[in-house]
Write a protein that binds this ligand. Structure first.
Ligand SMILES: C[S@@+](CC[C@H](N)C(=O)[O-])C[C@H]1O[C@@H](n2cnc3c(N)ncnc32)[C@H](O)[C@@H]1O
Length: 322
Protein backbone atom coordinates (compact mmCIF):
# COMPACT_ATOMS: atom_id res chain seq x y z
CA UNK A 1 0.00 0.00 0.00
CA UNK A 2 1.26 3.52 -0.65
CA UNK A 3 0.10 7.12 -0.53
CA UNK A 4 -0.21 9.10 -3.74
CA UNK A 5 -1.17 12.68 -4.48
CA UNK A 6 -4.46 13.19 -6.30
CA UNK A 7 -5.00 15.92 -8.89
CA UNK A 8 -6.63 18.03 -6.19
CA UNK A 9 -3.54 17.84 -4.05
CA UNK A 10 -5.24 15.53 -1.58
CA UNK A 11 -3.42 12.38 -0.59
CA UNK A 12 -5.15 9.10 -1.18
CA UNK A 13 -4.20 5.54 -0.44
CA UNK A 14 -3.49 2.81 -2.89
CA UNK A 15 -4.94 -0.38 -1.41
CA UNK A 16 -3.04 -3.65 -1.26
CA UNK A 17 -3.02 -5.58 -4.50
CA UNK A 18 -6.37 -7.18 -5.33
CA UNK A 19 -7.88 -6.23 -1.99
CA UNK A 20 -9.22 -3.36 0.04
CA UNK A 21 -8.29 -1.76 3.32
CA UNK A 22 -8.76 -3.77 6.48
CA UNK A 23 -12.08 -2.81 8.06
CA UNK A 24 -13.16 -0.70 5.05
CA UNK A 25 -16.38 -1.54 3.22
CA UNK A 26 -15.89 -3.76 0.18
CA UNK A 27 -15.54 -1.68 -2.99
CA UNK A 28 -18.71 -1.46 -5.12
CA UNK A 29 -18.70 -4.18 -7.80
CA UNK A 30 -19.58 -1.84 -10.69
CA UNK A 31 -16.81 0.70 -10.03
CA UNK A 32 -14.58 1.46 -13.01
CA UNK A 33 -11.91 -1.17 -13.64
CA UNK A 34 -8.71 -0.30 -11.81
CA UNK A 35 -6.11 0.81 -14.29
CA UNK A 36 -2.50 -0.32 -14.07
CA UNK A 37 -0.08 2.45 -13.19
CA UNK A 38 3.07 2.75 -15.24
CA UNK A 39 5.33 2.55 -12.23
CA UNK A 40 5.12 1.96 -8.52
CA UNK A 41 6.47 4.46 -6.02
CA UNK A 42 8.13 3.13 -2.88
CA UNK A 43 8.00 -0.55 -3.86
CA UNK A 44 7.53 -3.05 -1.08
CA UNK A 45 10.32 -5.60 -0.37
CA UNK A 46 8.21 -8.21 -2.22
CA UNK A 47 7.82 -6.05 -5.29
CA UNK A 48 11.52 -5.11 -5.14
CA UNK A 49 12.22 -8.83 -5.40
CA UNK A 50 9.88 -9.00 -8.40
CA UNK A 51 11.57 -6.04 -10.01
CA UNK A 52 14.97 -7.51 -9.41
CA UNK A 53 13.79 -10.60 -11.24
CA UNK A 54 12.71 -8.33 -14.12
CA UNK A 55 8.95 -8.75 -13.55
CA UNK A 56 7.51 -5.33 -12.58
CA UNK A 57 4.52 -5.73 -10.30
CA UNK A 58 1.46 -3.81 -11.48
CA UNK A 59 0.00 -1.30 -9.01
CA UNK A 60 -3.69 -0.38 -8.98
CA UNK A 61 -5.60 2.63 -7.80
CA UNK A 62 -9.18 3.55 -7.18
CA UNK A 63 -11.05 6.24 -5.28
CA UNK A 64 -11.77 5.74 -1.62
CA UNK A 65 -15.42 5.85 -0.53
CA UNK A 66 -14.90 9.40 0.72
CA UNK A 67 -13.39 10.50 -2.58
CA UNK A 68 -16.34 9.00 -4.45
CA UNK A 69 -18.72 10.91 -2.23
CA UNK A 70 -17.05 14.31 -2.14
CA UNK A 71 -14.59 14.57 -5.01
CA UNK A 72 -16.25 13.01 -8.02
CA UNK A 73 -18.17 15.59 -10.04
CA UNK A 74 -21.22 13.36 -10.46
CA UNK A 75 -21.82 12.74 -6.74
CA UNK A 76 -24.83 14.60 -5.29
CA UNK A 77 -22.54 15.73 -2.46
CA UNK A 78 -19.61 16.64 -4.72
CA UNK A 79 -17.27 19.33 -3.37
CA UNK A 80 -15.15 19.31 -6.52
CA UNK A 81 -15.97 22.88 -7.63
CA UNK A 82 -15.54 24.15 -4.10
CA UNK A 83 -12.04 22.72 -3.78
CA UNK A 84 -11.08 23.93 -7.25
CA UNK A 85 -12.17 27.49 -6.46
CA UNK A 86 -10.26 27.44 -3.18
CA UNK A 87 -7.14 26.22 -4.91
CA UNK A 88 -7.34 28.29 -8.12
CA UNK A 89 -8.67 31.60 -6.84
CA UNK A 90 -8.85 32.08 -3.08
CA UNK A 91 -5.44 30.52 -2.49
CA UNK A 92 -3.82 33.29 -4.58
CA UNK A 93 -5.46 35.96 -2.43
CA UNK A 94 -3.90 34.34 0.65
CA UNK A 95 -0.44 35.07 -0.76
CA UNK A 96 -1.11 38.70 0.18
CA UNK A 97 -2.55 38.06 3.63
CA UNK A 98 0.18 40.09 5.37
CA UNK A 99 -0.53 43.11 3.17
CA UNK A 100 -4.28 42.69 3.67
CA UNK A 101 -3.79 42.69 7.47
CA UNK A 102 -1.49 45.74 7.28
CA UNK A 103 -3.82 47.72 4.99
CA UNK A 104 -7.05 46.37 6.50
CA UNK A 105 -8.46 45.65 3.05
CA UNK A 106 -8.40 43.12 0.27
CA UNK A 107 -5.48 43.00 -2.14
CA UNK A 108 -7.47 41.61 -5.04
CA UNK A 109 -5.57 43.66 -7.60
CA UNK A 110 -2.26 42.00 -6.73
CA UNK A 111 -2.82 38.38 -7.78
CA UNK A 112 -5.30 39.22 -10.55
CA UNK A 113 -4.23 42.70 -11.70
CA UNK A 114 -7.75 44.02 -11.43
CA UNK A 115 -9.13 46.74 -9.18
CA UNK A 116 -11.61 45.56 -6.58
CA UNK A 117 -13.29 48.94 -6.30
CA UNK A 118 -16.30 47.26 -7.90
CA UNK A 119 -16.12 44.04 -5.86
CA UNK A 120 -18.32 41.87 -8.07
CA UNK A 121 -16.82 43.43 -11.20
CA UNK A 122 -13.52 41.98 -9.96
CA UNK A 123 -14.89 38.62 -8.79
CA UNK A 124 -16.72 38.25 -12.12
CA UNK A 125 -13.75 39.44 -14.20
CA UNK A 126 -14.69 36.93 -16.89
CA UNK A 127 -17.74 34.80 -17.52
CA UNK A 128 -15.62 31.74 -16.79
CA UNK A 129 -14.67 33.11 -13.35
CA UNK A 130 -18.29 33.94 -12.59
CA UNK A 131 -19.44 30.43 -13.47
CA UNK A 132 -16.70 28.89 -11.32
CA UNK A 133 -17.85 31.07 -8.42
CA UNK A 134 -21.46 29.97 -8.92
CA UNK A 135 -20.56 26.28 -8.88
CA UNK A 136 -18.31 26.87 -5.87
CA UNK A 137 -21.11 28.45 -3.86
CA UNK A 138 -23.68 25.87 -4.86
CA UNK A 139 -21.52 23.00 -3.58
CA UNK A 140 -21.99 24.23 0.00
CA UNK A 141 -25.78 23.96 -0.15
CA UNK A 142 -25.55 20.28 -1.09
CA UNK A 143 -24.04 19.84 2.37
CA UNK A 144 -25.64 22.51 4.53
CA UNK A 145 -28.71 23.82 2.68
CA UNK A 146 -31.23 21.75 4.60
CA UNK A 147 -29.77 22.78 8.00
CA UNK A 148 -30.20 26.48 7.39
CA UNK A 149 -33.51 26.37 5.54
CA UNK A 150 -34.92 24.11 8.28
CA UNK A 151 -33.45 26.11 11.17
CA UNK A 152 -36.79 27.97 11.57
CA UNK A 153 -40.29 27.05 10.49
CA UNK A 154 -40.59 29.14 7.34
CA UNK A 155 -43.92 27.62 6.25
CA UNK A 156 -45.93 30.82 7.03
CA UNK A 157 -43.88 32.65 4.36
CA UNK A 158 -44.99 31.77 0.86
CA UNK A 159 -43.63 34.59 -1.33
CA UNK A 160 -39.88 34.48 -0.85
CA UNK A 161 -37.07 36.48 -2.46
CA UNK A 162 -33.56 35.09 -2.29
CA UNK A 163 -31.54 38.30 -2.63
CA UNK A 164 -28.20 37.53 -4.28
CA UNK A 165 -29.61 34.03 -4.78
CA UNK A 166 -26.90 33.18 -7.33
CA UNK A 167 -27.14 29.62 -8.74
CA UNK A 168 -30.22 28.77 -6.70
CA UNK A 169 -28.98 25.93 -4.49
CA UNK A 170 -30.74 27.39 -1.47
CA UNK A 171 -33.88 28.23 -3.45
CA UNK A 172 -34.11 24.56 -4.45
CA UNK A 173 -33.80 23.47 -0.82
CA UNK A 174 -36.47 25.97 0.17
CA UNK A 175 -39.13 24.84 -2.30
CA UNK A 176 -38.41 21.21 -1.50
CA UNK A 177 -38.88 21.75 2.26
CA UNK A 178 -41.83 24.15 2.01
CA UNK A 179 -44.30 22.90 -0.63
CA UNK A 180 -46.38 26.12 -0.60
CA UNK A 181 -43.48 28.46 -1.21
CA UNK A 182 -42.26 30.15 -4.37
CA UNK A 183 -38.78 31.61 -4.48
CA UNK A 184 -37.54 34.42 -6.71
CA UNK A 185 -33.80 34.56 -7.25
CA UNK A 186 -32.83 38.24 -7.34
CA UNK A 187 -29.32 38.76 -8.68
CA UNK A 188 -27.21 40.71 -11.16
CA UNK A 189 -28.45 40.20 -14.76
CA UNK A 190 -25.51 38.11 -15.95
CA UNK A 191 -25.77 35.82 -12.91
CA UNK A 192 -29.48 35.33 -13.49
CA UNK A 193 -28.86 34.43 -17.14
CA UNK A 194 -26.39 31.69 -16.20
CA UNK A 195 -28.56 30.44 -13.32
CA UNK A 196 -31.42 29.98 -15.80
CA UNK A 197 -29.26 28.32 -18.44
CA UNK A 198 -27.21 26.00 -16.26
CA UNK A 199 -28.57 25.55 -12.76
CA UNK A 200 -32.34 25.76 -12.45
CA UNK A 201 -34.34 23.48 -14.75
CA UNK A 202 -36.98 25.40 -16.78
CA UNK A 203 -39.75 23.05 -15.62
CA UNK A 204 -39.17 24.24 -12.03
CA UNK A 205 -42.09 26.69 -11.99
CA UNK A 206 -41.76 27.56 -8.29
CA UNK A 207 -38.41 29.25 -8.83
CA UNK A 208 -38.51 32.51 -10.77
CA UNK A 209 -35.91 35.19 -11.46
CA UNK A 210 -35.47 38.92 -11.05
CA UNK A 211 -32.54 40.76 -12.61
CA UNK A 212 -31.38 43.74 -10.61
CA UNK A 213 -28.85 45.47 -8.41
CA UNK A 214 -30.11 45.23 -4.84
CA UNK A 215 -28.24 48.40 -3.83
CA UNK A 216 -29.66 50.55 -6.65
CA UNK A 217 -32.86 48.99 -8.00
CA UNK A 218 -36.23 48.51 -6.30
CA UNK A 219 -36.77 45.39 -4.20
CA UNK A 220 -40.30 43.95 -4.72
CA UNK A 221 -42.68 43.17 -1.87
CA UNK A 222 -42.45 39.68 -0.32
CA UNK A 223 -43.17 37.70 2.85
CA UNK A 224 -39.59 36.67 3.39
CA UNK A 225 -36.19 37.75 2.12
CA UNK A 226 -33.26 35.36 2.28
CA UNK A 227 -29.84 36.95 2.66
CA UNK A 228 -27.42 34.04 2.47
CA UNK A 229 -23.73 34.93 2.57
CA UNK A 230 -24.53 38.46 1.39
CA UNK A 231 -23.80 40.73 4.35
CA UNK A 232 -20.39 39.17 5.00
CA UNK A 233 -19.25 40.75 1.71
CA UNK A 234 -19.96 44.30 2.82
CA UNK A 235 -19.06 46.92 5.43
CA UNK A 236 -21.72 48.02 7.94
CA UNK A 237 -22.92 51.07 5.95
CA UNK A 238 -23.78 48.96 2.88
CA UNK A 239 -25.43 46.29 5.06
CA UNK A 240 -27.57 49.00 6.67
CA UNK A 241 -28.52 50.42 3.28
CA UNK A 242 -29.65 46.98 2.07
CA UNK A 243 -31.45 45.98 5.28
CA UNK A 244 -33.32 49.29 5.38
CA UNK A 245 -34.48 48.80 1.77
CA UNK A 246 -35.62 45.27 2.61
CA UNK A 247 -37.52 46.46 5.66
CA UNK A 248 -39.39 49.01 3.53
CA UNK A 249 -40.29 46.39 0.91
CA UNK A 250 -41.25 43.64 3.39
CA UNK A 251 -44.93 42.85 4.05
CA UNK A 252 -46.01 43.55 7.65
CA UNK A 253 -45.49 40.31 9.59
CA UNK A 254 -42.90 39.23 7.05
CA UNK A 255 -39.23 38.73 7.77
CA UNK A 256 -35.65 38.38 6.74
CA UNK A 257 -33.63 35.18 7.06
CA UNK A 258 -29.90 35.72 7.37
CA UNK A 259 -27.60 32.78 6.64
CA UNK A 260 -24.00 33.22 7.70
CA UNK A 261 -21.20 31.60 9.64
CA UNK A 262 -21.34 33.33 13.02
CA UNK A 263 -18.40 34.28 15.21
CA UNK A 264 -18.70 33.55 18.93
CA UNK A 265 -19.70 36.67 20.85
CA UNK A 266 -16.21 36.92 22.38
CA UNK A 267 -14.70 36.34 18.89
CA UNK A 268 -12.62 33.39 20.12
CA UNK A 269 -14.03 31.09 17.45
CA UNK A 270 -15.22 29.02 15.84
CA UNK A 271 -12.14 28.18 13.80
CA UNK A 272 -14.36 27.99 10.69
CA UNK A 273 -15.73 31.47 11.37
CA UNK A 274 -12.25 32.88 11.91
CA UNK A 275 -11.00 31.26 8.74
CA UNK A 276 -13.93 32.71 6.79
CA UNK A 277 -13.18 36.06 8.36
CA UNK A 278 -9.69 35.97 6.86
CA UNK A 279 -11.15 34.94 3.50
CA UNK A 280 -13.47 37.94 3.69
CA UNK A 281 -10.48 40.13 4.46
CA UNK A 282 -8.40 38.93 1.50
CA UNK A 283 -11.30 38.78 -0.96
CA UNK A 284 -14.16 41.15 -0.07
CA UNK A 285 -15.12 44.43 1.65
CA UNK A 286 -16.82 42.70 4.55
CA UNK A 287 -16.22 40.50 7.54
CA UNK A 288 -17.73 37.71 9.58
CA UNK A 289 -19.81 39.02 12.48
CA UNK A 290 -21.16 37.87 15.84
CA UNK A 291 -24.91 37.34 16.47
CA UNK A 292 -24.97 40.58 18.50
CA UNK A 293 -23.40 42.54 15.64
CA UNK A 294 -26.01 41.23 13.18
CA UNK A 295 -28.83 41.81 15.66
CA UNK A 296 -27.71 45.42 16.02
CA UNK A 297 -27.86 45.91 12.24
CA UNK A 298 -31.29 44.23 12.07
CA UNK A 299 -32.67 46.40 14.88
CA UNK A 300 -31.29 49.61 13.39
CA UNK A 301 -33.04 48.74 10.09
CA UNK A 302 -36.36 48.27 11.92
CA UNK A 303 -36.57 44.47 12.35
CA UNK A 304 -37.72 43.01 15.68
CA UNK A 305 -38.18 39.59 17.37
CA UNK A 306 -34.70 38.62 16.27
CA UNK A 307 -33.95 34.93 16.79
CA UNK A 308 -30.54 33.31 16.38
CA UNK A 309 -30.16 29.59 15.54
CA UNK A 310 -26.75 27.99 15.68
CA UNK A 311 -27.01 24.83 13.61
CA UNK A 312 -23.78 23.25 14.87
CA UNK A 313 -22.66 23.04 11.21
CA UNK A 314 -20.83 25.50 9.00
CA UNK A 315 -23.67 28.01 8.57
CA UNK A 316 -26.12 29.47 11.08
CA UNK A 317 -29.38 31.37 10.70
CA UNK A 318 -30.93 34.54 12.11
CA UNK A 319 -34.59 35.45 11.59
CA UNK A 320 -35.90 38.98 12.06
CA UNK A 321 -39.56 40.07 11.70
CA UNK A 322 -41.16 43.28 10.49
C1 LIG B 1 -21.27 35.42 -1.79
S1 LIG B 1 -22.50 35.28 -3.01
C2 LIG B 1 -23.79 34.38 -2.18
C3 LIG B 1 -24.72 33.69 -3.13
C4 LIG B 1 -25.84 32.88 -2.52
N1 LIG B 1 -26.69 33.68 -1.68
C5 LIG B 1 -25.27 31.72 -1.75
O1 LIG B 1 -25.22 31.76 -0.52
O2 LIG B 1 -24.85 30.76 -2.39
C6 LIG B 1 -23.15 36.89 -3.18
C7 LIG B 1 -24.22 36.99 -4.26
O3 LIG B 1 -24.70 38.34 -4.31
C8 LIG B 1 -24.81 38.74 -5.66
N2 LIG B 1 -24.67 40.18 -5.72
C9 LIG B 1 -23.57 40.92 -5.45
N3 LIG B 1 -23.82 42.22 -5.58
C10 LIG B 1 -25.12 42.32 -5.96
C11 LIG B 1 -25.97 43.41 -6.25
N4 LIG B 1 -25.52 44.67 -6.17
N5 LIG B 1 -27.24 43.16 -6.58
C12 LIG B 1 -27.71 41.89 -6.65
N6 LIG B 1 -26.96 40.80 -6.38
C13 LIG B 1 -25.66 41.02 -6.04
C14 LIG B 1 -23.69 38.01 -6.35
O4 LIG B 1 -23.88 37.93 -7.74
C15 LIG B 1 -23.75 36.65 -5.66
O5 LIG B 1 -24.66 35.82 -6.28
Amino acid sequence: MCVRQSLLGLPYLVPPKGGHFKGAPAPPPASPQPRPLPKVSAPSPASREHLSRGKPEAAFYRNTELSNLYLTKSSPKSQYHCLMYYSKTIYFCWHYLTDAVRDGKNQYDRPFGISSEDLYGALYRSEEEMIKFMYFLNDFWKMYGRDVIGAFDLSPFTVIYDLGGCAGGLAQECISLYPNSTVTIYDLPKVVQVAKERFVPPEERRITFHEGDFFKDPIPEADLYILARILHDWADDKCMHLLTKIHKACKPGGGVLLVETLLNEDKTGSVDAQLFNLIMLVQTEGRVRTPAEYSKLFTAAGFREIQVKKTGKLYDAILGRK
